[in-house]
Design a binder for this molecule. Sequence first.
Ligand SMILES: CC(C)(COP(=O)(O)OP(=O)(O)OC[C@H]1O[C@@H](n2cnc3c(N)ncnc32)[C@H](O)[C@@H]1OP(=O)(O)O)[C@@H](O)C(=O)NCCC(=O)NCCS
Length: 433
Amino acid sequence: MEELRFERFTVDAADDLDARAADWIRACEQGFYGQDPDEASIGRSLESKRARGSVLTGVYDDAQAPPSLTAVWPVATFEEFAGEITLAPGRSLPAHLISGVTVRATHRRRGILRRMMTESLDRAQQAGRPIAALTVSEGSIYGRFGFSPAAFAQTVRVAVRDGLGLRADVRRTLESSGLRVVAVHPRDMEAIHDAVVVSFHSATPGSIDRLYGDRQRVTGRWGGDEGGPVKDLRAYACLAGDGTPLGFATAKFSGWKDDPRRLEITDLMAADPKAELALWEHLGAHDLVGELTWGGARTDDALSWALANPRDLRTEKRTDSLWVRVLDVPAVLEARSYAGQGTFRIEVSDPQGRIEGAWRVDVADGAAAVRADEAPAPDTVSTDAETLASLVTGAIEPWQAAGLGRLRGDETVLELVRALWTNEVRPLSATFF
Ligand SMILES: CC(C)(COP(=O)(O)OP(=O)(O)OC[C@H]1O[C@@H](n2cnc3c(N)ncnc32)[C@H](O)[C@@H]1OP(=O)(O)O)[C@@H](O)C(=O)NCCC(=O)NCCS
């Protein structure tokens, strides 16, 4: 490792291509098996990283000479920036977001990722960020650093025949809701997107606040051929009676040759379940379209319960859409939701030692007060950093963790924790980074 040079930098140049950051982007694209980015694509990446205040780590091997790419590009890339995660309705926390993690094949398994991750999590704790989050390409990499799945999404296919096959009672509910869905030009979507994001993000456990690039995609500025403008994006807004945006969707037509012809939903967000249903209903009301597809559906989606034939909705795959790492136990425990009243002690083990300790959790009126408590007591549950990460977001329920031996304690305290620990909805993250 001594021969390697670790550099950290931000993307500052507002009008010119920053050569070092541009090479970082090229190396990162290569690490994810992407295309060699052209200048426009590099410009968009720089714009996005500048907007989110990213700190980039590049690792350089000065011992290499041309023609090795390594003589110019970093052999490893790592990006971190500040964001926000919601753990309970109305309660969001600062989050340390990690992205762009690659290590060149010539330099793999020499501990470069371990060093970049360890130093990044150190900085996050020093900055007082109580939780770190990332999205993963493989499920086997990040558990060793204390990360664990925090939210899931599923891909669904919904058959439509002369509209969505809604149950009559659900259709009546929708008709009396006063909601309306309108088609909007994507370029006019920014304010609608931003308004819906505010309510969705605040209401949804697991939500990471949306990023600069999401706004560019929803307005059709990014996401088309080679990442540039999209010409075939359709956008829709669901409005309350007074015109307040409650949800939005974007979609693309799959093509005339497909059978069935599909509308592929590329984004769909609503804090209100009726608004979400109204969007589905409208998307299903397009002539010539026999199927709707959406890869970011909730795992506790209400849609199949709205259909006269629940098998009109088929689930194709379930993927983890967010992993988190707890960095401050009291902060995250106080930010999640509870029911009822009671007290218990929690002991957390952590192979990295970041959050090893014991705390007393006093729950009253749906909120917890948490303080360090080293004195052993019979009302103790014990768990590890990884399990705690999935418990705080609600990705795993206490009964599931207890059944697997990942949450341990006397039956009486486990029963209490199961009753206090509420997860009204499954966590959902609608932000990819
Ligand atoms: C994944 C990747 C970043 C790992 O980098 P690396 O520098 O080789 O990792 P390290 O040498 O620091 O390994 C740290 C530990 O993780 C393990 N590990 C690394 N990559 C792994 C993988 N893909 N699957 C399982 N374990 C992995 C190592 O065995 C090592 O284990 P240990 O220290 O507990 O014994 C690198 O292989 C890569 O760039 N892959 C392609 C892009 C990618 O998938 N990035 C992740 C995006 S989320």
